[in-house]
Every structure is written in structure tokens, then in C-alpha cells.
Ligand binder design. Structure first.
Ligand SMILES: *Cc1c(COP(=O)(O)O)cnc(C)c1O
Length: 387
């Protein structure tokens, strides 16, 4: 299926709603039955019937079909946040006594789940450097049921060889889950590389406008139906019809936004690389990146997220640099229209700052949809005040 077809036409039944271009927001909690037998059938198979909007809803269904098609998956489930999607995917594939192998430094709230919630139920996690396949081989135990991936990571962009990990996991009967938020299905297709469940936060690129949260799981119809009938329905964190509608709207412009961001990011990377105040830069599709070859092999593009290490002797310099930015906002998240920055030193106490530690001098920049020169000019004026 062409991407343009998926985004503009697929799964939309316009003849059922006055040929409106934009689908209706089916803002209803429940659906009416005319016969007891119809109701009985719905109770028996909520996965395929409109009964109650915690389960299936027509607006959400349009979004599900489009997202599954983008991922090349049989089905997908959409949640009201990426964190909910991660939690449900993992919860659905572990039981007491099981073991998880996760890449180092996964998304903050995934790590919270591994470190603080799952151990209460007897599920343990081993973290590994996922850049080497041998580390997976070594960490797998007889009770390992899940391998948790994030490629690229959203701070240091560390990659995993997805085909190799999928092959290994299949041979050991282990379920693989990947956080594919950085690339989106437009730039990386984990399901096609053999990964079982592709997760992405829809808050970032799918929404694209910093106005809603959402999370996606894609996979086989079997896996999605099993998750729907248990964790999805009991956690009750499915996306609301209105937010689903916002995400459908976001999808229409996803390729155009990614094109723009790809071009702008190239310019910003080139600017930062030549700047004397920049010690180093991490961006998976820059030829200086340690896993550049693998990135080129398994990714069709990179997003506007990059990290640079600023030269500084004192934390105050980094703080001043961030506060001097006029147009690049200091805020969490990314994937929207607005450029954003987060200094790593915002998550450490000033007394613990160590200028020798590269990581403490990292800044994560998200390149948004503004004119690239507008972003570069803003960085430049803040650098000038730094010296
Ligand atoms: C934001 C983010 C998430 C979590 O998504 P939410 O929608 O905020 O819950 C997960 N993984 C990555 C890489 C993210 O950037």
C-alpha cells in the first residue's frame, strides 16, 4: 500500500458520513443493540464489535488501521499515552518468575516499570549494552520471556541490530518489543525485520503539534487480540475518540513534516559540528556516529532529535546557554512543530556537576518545523553570549 493512500484514504468510509473529508469524532461511550442475541455476540467478541468505547470505537478504528498499515502489521492498539502502551506490552508477556533482557537506559518510565513495579511481582530485568549481539546471547536465561529494545535510544541513539536480535529471540521463543518512537514506521519497520511488537509514542511525530498524547502497539492479529482481551481492557487506557481524531489529522502531514525536519536537521548538524564551542555531537545519520553503518542499513531516515556536548567548565555556563535561547524552548518531549532543548544537567544536582563528565555537558536538541536559519541564528546568539 502506498503511504499516501494509507494516510489519505485507507480505512475511511466516507460514504457513511456524508462524504466528509475529515472523519467524525464518534464521541460515544456505548453502542445500542436491537436484539439480545446481538448483545450476546458482542459480549463474546468485544475485539470485533462496537459495544463500549473502552474497547472498540469507530474513530479509533480508522486510526488503528492506518497505523497498523504503516507498520506493516496485522493490527495495532492505540493507548492514551506511550507509557501505557509500553506497560501493557510488557505486562501481557510476563508472569511471576520471568526474566526480561532490556537495553541500557530505556525510556524513563519503562525503566521505572522494570526497576520498581515488576520486581514486586517477581519479574526481574537485566540491562545490557545492546550495540553487541553477544550481550543479548549472554544475558538470556532459561526464564527470559521478553527482550526490550529501543533503537535508536532517544538520548545517545544507541542502536540494536534488529534482524539479528529478532532471529536470536525467535530461536529462544522470546517475545521482542521495540520502542520505535525515534524513527516512526516511516523511517524504520521493525515488524518487517522480525520484531514481534513495535511500540511508538504517538505524542511525538504522529500528533506533531504538541497537543495530545498517545501510544501505539503493532503486531500480529493474534498478539493484539490477546492483549486487547486482557491487559488493554483491564488497564482501560485506550485513546479517546477526540484524541484519535487529532492523531488521524497529524498523520496526514507526517511525511511532509519529516521531510522538512530531515532537511533542517542536516543544516543544524552541520552548523553544530563546525562550532568551536561544541565538543562532539551524536546523531545516528551523521558519518561520525559510531553505528553509522547499521543506522544506514536498518533506518530509512532519522528524526530531528540530536545530542551535542558543549564545552563548559561550570554548570552556570550551560544554564546560561539554555536560558539565553530566545526561540528554542526549554521543555520535555519532541516531535512537535517547535524546537526544544533539554540540558542533561537539569536532571542532576548542581553540586554533583562534573565538567570532566561528558554526559553532564550533553544537551538534547529537537529540531522543529521553523526555518532552519531561524533555529541556527538562535543557537548562534546564545553561543556568542557564552564566550
Ligand atoms: C515520549 C516517549 C515515550 C513515552 O510516550 P508518552 O506518550 O509520553 O507516554 C516513550 N519512548 C520514547 C522514546 C519517548 O520519547
Amino acid at each position: 500500500m502506498d503511504i499516501s493512500y494509507i494516510l489519505n484514504e485507507f480505512a475511511e468510509e466516507r460514504e457513511n458520513y456524508f462524504n466528509a473529508v475529515s472523519p467524525p469524532i464518534m464521541q460515544t461511550s456505548n453502542f445500542i443493540f436491537n436484539t439480545v442475541d446481538d448483545m450476546r455476540k458482542a459480549f463474546a467478541d468485544e475485539y470485533s464489535t462496537y459495544l463500549y468505547s473502552r474497547g472498540k470505537n469507530p474513530t479509533v478504528d480508522i486510526l488503528r488501521k492506518k497505523l497498523a498499515a504503516l507498520d506493516g502489521a496485522e493490527d495495532c492498539l492505540v493507548f492514551n499515552s506511550g507509557a501505557a502502551a509500553i506497560f501493557v506490552a510488557v505486562l501481557a508477556n510476563v508472569k511471576a518468575g520471568d526474566h526480561i533482557v532490556s537495553v541500557n537506559k530505556p525510556y524513563t518510565w519503562a525503566q521505572k516499570m522494570f526497576d520498581h513495579i515488576l520486581p514486586r511481582f517477581g519479574v526481574t530485568t537485566t540491562y545490557i549494552d545492546g550495540t553487541r549481539i553477544e550481550n543479548f546471547e549472554r544475558a538470556i536465561l532459561p526464564n527470559t520471556t521478553v527482550i526490550y529494545l529501543e533503537s535508536p535510544n532517544s538520548w545517545d541513539y544507541a542502536l540494536q541490530d534488529l534482524k539479528a536480535v529478532a532471529e536470536l529471540a525467535k530461536s529462544e521463543n522470546i517475545t521482542t518489543i521495540i520502542d520505535n518512537s525515534y524513527c516512526t514506521p516511516l523511517f524504520q519497520k521493525p515488524i518487517e525485520m522480525g520484531i514481534d511488537i513495535a511500540m511508538q509514542t504517538a505524542t511525538k511525530y504522529i500528533s506533531g503539534h504538541s497537543d495530545t498524547l498517545g501510544g501505539v502497539l503493532s503486531g500480529s492479529a493474534n498478539m493484539m487480540e490477546r492483549i486487547f482481551n486482557s491487559e488493554f481492557m483491564t488497564v482501560g487506557s485506550g485513546i479517546s475518540p477526540f484524541n484519535a481524531w487529532l492523531l488521524i489529522r497529524g498523520l496526514r502531514t507526517l511525511p511532509a513534516r519529516l521531510d522538512r525536519i530531515t532537511a533542517s536537521t542536516k543544516k543544524v548538524v552541520a552548523y553544530l559540528k563546525q562550532h568551536p564551542q561544541v565538543e562532539s555531537l551524536l546523531f545516528p545519520l551523521d558519518d561520525s556516529f559510531p553505528q553509522y553503518e547499521l543506522a544506514n542499513q536498518q533506518m530509512q531516515g532519522a528524526c530531528g532529535l540530536l545530542t551535542f556536548v558543549i564545552k563548559a567548565d561550570h554548570i552556570q555556563q550551560i544554564e546560561k546557554f539554555c536560558e539565553d535561547l530566545q526561540h528554542i524552548f526549554m521543555a520535555v518531549s519532541w516531535g512537535g512543530h517547535e524546537s526544544l532543548i533539554i540540558p542533561k544537567c537539569s536532571s542532576i544536582q548542581p553540586a554533583d556537576f562534573d565538567a570532566e563528565n561528558k554526559e553532564h555537558r550533553m544537551l538534547r536538541l529537537y529540531v522543529g518545523l521553523e526555518e532552519p536559519d531561524y533555529i541556527i541564528k538562535d543557537l548562534n546568539q546564545a553561543f556568542e553570549k557564552l564566550i
